[in-house]
Structure formats: structure tokens, C-alpha cells
Design a protein around this ligand. Structure first.
Ligand code: FAD
Length: 461
């Protein structure tokens, strides 16, 4: 009897414990379920769908090389997975764990169903270096501040990455399933058609594990050395651009960490390792707070007078100008246009642009979070909301609200020759470029007044 590997955010054959377990049993069959039906599961954004389409093609190719078929199904995952193991007469189902609230409920339902039907179900830790719930304070609670979190996490042992399984252990599919195996992700309509806005994404990215591994290699043997200095410069290729590969699990963090440890990266290595630590910290937050994308981690911010744009309002027009890079603030517009064109934005510019929306325009962070969710190829259920909350000041270990980025100062510092701005906003500095939609100084003062009023409201009489 075959065993089923249920792929989710782990579209790789290397360092994939669920796949290794299935192959160790004998014949294996892969399955991916596009789940837009289970309660609470957040539908993918447009750029993520584009990536997923190509990521699945890549996974299918890699599995075919091992003689393992990949089935693609759509529907509520708990039911679909059980249907498939029924049709296959499978003996076991394996997956790598995920940590969002609704996803964990789906996985628990699959486990219950497997137990009821006498199917062996087993899950593995594969997508984070440290399993959520394992890094605890002396009192046994979660860390709320990054530095002690990462210090405690870094003292824990971490395994090395595993390889890919040997070829030749795939299952022969029953006829009812082999037609489904032949069906590609095309049927899901994940790619944009009218209009096809993905040209810039195609130019910027090659989704899949092989491309991710190459990028990791190139980064570790080059820019890593100068990462500590260059990572804040959007005008340079100073960062790894591994985020979508980690998001989709084309690469595991164990693979990235192993390569890092073997690289001669100097101070770049530890700074880069800390960024992987932030990734862990965000996921531990989501595990602790399943509503990270919708609820302020600091409830005192529930009373903050952020605008929630209504159709046709001034705020709606401001939000739209921000989305499409028409704020008249050069660095913000450059970032938003980079995002729209390529599905990615440099981290420094993400911070500046998010701060501008939330603090200078006074618009709710969830409006920006939703836009990033729709447009980023690395749109991540934990990293995106955790970072938005961090910038907005309402999250864990948040930058204090009163520390407000000045986008013009940031541009002078991190894009000193204006190469980044000129690349994305060629009309900057000409009469064709719009005036700023807000005065940076006045809007900053208003944000600080709003913060002060929030504090005053909370002062007990
Ligand atoms: P590198 O500098 O090479 O870093 C390596 C890896 O470390 C990244 O790939 C990422 O996995 C992790 N990392 C780096 N910075 C952070 C961070 N601030 N928080 C958590 N992990 C980090 N990243 C996403 O992957 N998905 C998102 O949806 C996302 N949304 C963001 C929203 C906002 C408002 C902000 C400020 C940041 C967001 N980030 C997000 C974090 C960061 O901007 C990206 O991970 C980074 O720009 C990706 O580029 P890179 O792979 O070249 O990064």
C-alpha cells in the first residue's frame, strides 16, 4: 500500500521529513490541496497564486525525477485528503507542520479522521528552526521581545538539513487518480490572464527549489560578506532575496542555516542569522496569536484613531495613491512601484513605506497589510502582519510609535545617489512628478498628538 505526502508550504524534495518518511514506507504519492474552503484559511493573494502555480510545476518535476506522482486537488483540505487516501487505499499520510490557527484546525481534523479510519498520520517539524512553543521564558511563557527570544533560541540545538530521498519508490496510481495526476495547476486559474500583470514577476523571479538553491549559493559566496553594511541599501543587491523561497518552502531554514555556517561570511553571517531569527519570532507570534493579521497585539491601540477608508473618501484616495506609488514621496513611491512590478520590495523600503501609510497618512495598518498580502510573492501569514504591527507600534517588540521614519532622510541615507528612486520613479524631480500628498512635518505632529490622546485616554482618573 502506498503512503501519501501532503505538501503545503514545503514545495521541495530536499530536507523534507514528510517525504522521507513516506518513501521509507515504500511507494509514495504526493498531494497538494488548494484550500479556499476551510473556515478561516486566508485566501492567497494574486502574486502568491502566480508563484504557487510555478512552484507546483517545479515540485511536480522534482518528484517525477524520483518516480513519485503529484496529485493536485482543490477543496476543503480535511475532506480532500481523506478522499485521496481512500481512493489510493493508502496506509499512511505524512505532512510537515504549519502553525496558523485555521491550518492547525484542518490538520487536527485530518488526524482525527485518520485515527477513525485506521490510517497512520504523522507530522514533522520542517519549516522553522525552532518549533513554536519550545522557546520559553524562565516563567514558561512566550517571549515578547526579540533579543532575549533569539538569545534563548540560539542556545538550543538545531539539526542539519537532510537530503532528498532516493529515486524509484513511486506508487502506481489507480486509473481514477492517474487522470488527476495528469491535470496541471492550469485548471486552477492561478495565473492572471486579463490583464496579464505578471510580466515583471516573470522577469524578476524563477520560482522553484533549484533556483532557490542557486540564489542561496550565490548569496553565501558573495554578498553575505558585506550583508551587515549593504542590507539596508535598496540601491544595491545586498540582500539574499530568499524570502519567497522560504515562504513557499522551496528551501528549508535548515538548508539556509547550514550554508550560512559553512560560508566565510564574517559579521554578515551573524546579522543574516538574526534575520532568520526574526522569521522564527514572527511565526512564534502567530502561533501564540492566531489573529495576528486582524487584531492589535497591544490592545491599547484598539482606540487609536486610524482611518479605515470608505469608498469615495479622501482616505480611500490617499490609500490608493499609496498602493500605486503616487504619493509624491519619492522613496515610498519607488518602493510601491517596485512591489507592483516585481512582487517584492526591499526591507528598508517596506519599513519606510509602511510607516508612511500608518503614521503620515494615518491609515490603519491592516489596509497596508492586505495590499502587501495581495501583491508580495513572499506574502507570509506570519511575517507580513507581524512586521506591519511592528511598524505601526502595536505589535510585539514594536518600534515605539513616536519613532517615525522621515522618508526623505531615509532616502538620503540609504539611496544616496538616488539610483533606486530614479529606477522606479523616473519622473522624480521633474514637473511631471506630483507634490507630496501630505506635509511630512504636519502629519508627523498629528500622529504624535493622536498617540498622546491615546495615552491620555488611558490615564486613570
Ligand atoms: P534578507 O535580508 O536576505 O533576509 C533573509 C531572510 O530573513 C528573509 O528572506 C526572511 O525570511 C527573513 N527576514 C528578513 N527580514 C525579516 C523581518 N523583518 N521579519 C521577519 N523575517 C525577516 N517578509 C516576508 O518574507 N514576507 C512578508 O510578507 C513580509 N512582509 C513584510 C511587511 C513589512 C511591513 C515589513 C517591514 C517587512 C516584511 N517582511 C516580509 C520582512 C522583510 O522585508 C523580507 O523578509 C525581506 O525584505 C526579504 O528580502 P530578502 O530575502 O532579500 O531578505
Amino acid at each position: 500500500k502506498p503512503s501519501l505526502v501532503w505538501f503545503r508550504d514545503d514545495l521541495r524534495v530536499r530536507d523534507n521529513p514528510a517525504l522521507l518518511a513516506a518513501v521509507a514506507d515504500g511507494a509514495a504519492v504526493g498531494l497538494f490541496v488548494l484550500d479556499e474552503a476551510s473556515p478561516g484559511v486566508r485566501p492567497l493573494g494574486g502574486a502568491a497564486k502566480w508563484w504557487l502555480h510555478h512552484g507546483l510545476e517545479d515540485l511536480r518535476g522534482a518528484l517525477a525525477g524520483l518516480g513519485i506522482p503529484l496529485l493536485l486537488r482543490r477543496g476543503p483540505a480535511a475532506e480532500v485528503v481523506a478522499e485521496v487516501w481512500g481512493a489510493l487505499d493508502a496506509q499512511a499520510v505524512y505532512w510537515n507542520r504549519r502553525y496558523g490557527g485555521p491550518e492547525r484546525e484542518v490538520d487536527a481534523a485530518v488526524e482525527r479522521r485518520a485515527a477513525a479510519e485506521g490510517i497512520h498520520a504523522e507530522s514533522f517539524a520542517a519549516n522553522l528552526l525552532h518549533e513554536p512553543g519550545t522557546v520559553r521564558t524562565g516563567q514558561g511563557g512566550p517571549y515578547r521581545v526579540f533579543t532575549p527570544f533569539w538569545k534563548a533560541a540560539s542556545a538550543r540545538p538545531v539539526r542539519s538539513a537532510w537530503g532528498a530521498p532516493d529515486a524509484g519508490r513511486g506508487a502506481v496510481l489507480p486509473p481514477a487518480l492517474s487522470a488527476a495526476a495528469a491535470e496541471g495547476a492550469e485548471a486552477w486559474g492561478l495565473l492572471p490572464e486579463k490583464p496579464d500583470w505578471a510580466g515583471g514577476l516573470r522577469e524578476a523571479w524563477e520560482p522553484g527549489a533549484a533556483a532557490g538553491e542557486r540564489l542561496l549559493e550565490d548569496f553565501a559566496s558573495g554578498p553575505l560578506r558585506d550583508y551587515a553594511e549593504d542590507r539596508d541599501r535598496p540601491d544595491m543587491d545586498g540582500t539574499s532575496r530568499l524570502s519567497p523561497y522560504l515562504r513557499w518552502g522551496h528551501l528549508s531554514p535548515f538548508q539556509v542555516r547550514d550554508r550560512l555556517l559553512s560560508a566565510d561570511g564574517g559579521p554578515g553571517s551573524s546579522v543574516f542569522a538574526t534575520q532568520l531569527g526574526w522569521r522564527e519570532f514572527c511565526w512564534h507570534q502567530l502561533h501564540e496569536h492566531p489573529h495576528l493579521a486582524t487584531a492589535n497585539l497591544r490592545p491599547e491601540f484598539d482606540a487609536f484613531p486610524w482611518a479605515w477608508p470608505q469608498d469615495g473618501s479622501d482616505e480611500a484616495a490617499l490609500a490608493d495613491g499609496w498602493r500605486h506609488g503616487r504619493t509624491g514621496i519619492e522613496l515610498v513611491d519607488a518602493g510601491q512601484r517596485e512591489l507592483w512590478a516585481t512582487g517584492w520590495m526591499h526591507n528598508r523600503v517596506r519599513m519606510v513605506s509602511a510607516s508612511f501609510l500608518v503614521k503620515n497618512l494615518g491609515i490603519h495598518w491592516r489596509v497596508g497589510e492586505a495590499w502587501f498580502w495581495d501583491t508580495l510573492v513572499d506574502a507570509d501569514a506570519a511575517l507580513n502582519p507581524a512586521n506591519w504591527q511592528w511598524v505601526a507600534g502595536c505589535g510585539a517588540d514594536a518600534a515605539p510609535f513616536f519613532r517615525i521614519f522621515n522618508p526623505d532622510t531615509q532616502a538620503k541615507k540609504f539611496d544616496p545617489e538616488r539610483r533606486y528612486v530614479r529606477r522606479w520613479v523616473p519622473e522624480a524631480g521633474t514637473p511631471a512628478y506630483p507634490k507630496p500628498v501630505v506635509d511630512l512635518g504636519a502629519s508627523r505632529r498629528r500622529a504624535l498628538e493622536d498617540l498622546a490622546s491615546l495615552r491620555a485616554d488611558r490615564t486613570p482618573n
